[in-house]
Ligand binder design. Sequence first.
Ligand code: NAP
Length: 255
Amino acid sequence: MANPFSLEGKVALVTGANTGIGQGIAIALAAAGADIAAAGRSEPTETQAAVEGMGRKFLSIKADFSSIEPVQRVVDETVAAFGKVDILVNNAGIIRRADSIEFSEADWDAVMDTNLKVVFFLTQAFAKQALKQGFEGGQAKVINIASLLSFQGGIRVPSYTASKSGLAGLTKILANEWATKGINVNAIAPGYFDTNNTEALRADQDRNAAILARIPAGRWGRPEDIGGAAVFLASSASDYVQGITLPVDGGWLAR
Ligand code: NAP
């Protein structure tokens, strides 16, 4: 029987793959056999070296996801280079921290635009391409990077919580509409991972200790901890999995 987790011959478009969780996912997908198109602002030099080091092809696409302006071009450039695109990982995201009582409109809009609006329209452009190219090689896969704040409220991050809770809902509606069309839409909710996104939390001794005390695994997540879930949701092993937000959180939500 063929390995259901193999991504041989697949093309994955990953946003924000230069660092952190996106880098961990791009490297895991490449290790499972996929070629990688990485779209974002910063040059993904390290990720490129790791992917090419495994004998996979790598394309870097410059794109600023603070607006939907680049979404069609990003899909088109991927298809121009690889002839198709099979997997989309919506990873690029931002967070702004301030008390809700004084949270600014600018911090609301920036987070909602990058974390939710751009994700919707990039996914729409990807899905149109997937429908156009057909599914002879297998189902197309969308993986949204959600958060524990897709389930919980959090504190001092109102636009982030709204965007990630919205993303869990978006994951479900798109799964409902596209499950019969050959496109799986699912999400991963990382717990507390050691990346730029959580630098402020780790720098605060009290918050750091409180977070660690609640994680059953007893440590912060590392970017490589997320790869297995991404490979599963990108592969034919998950063909009958639709609309879920899968926590990868060291047990945080079980507590
Ligand atoms: P990170 O190291 O800050 O990475 C964020 C990525 O998003 C970077 O590649 C960044 O690119 C990209 N990005 C942000 N704004 C962009 C824009 N306007 N245009 C293009 N790219 C942009 O943080 P991370 O933890 O790996 O975050 C990745 C995802 O995981 C995010 O969606 C985040 O919300 C989610 N997440 C993280 C945690 C955690 O504990 N770390 C937990 C739950 C969910 P630049 O380098 O160019 O800024």
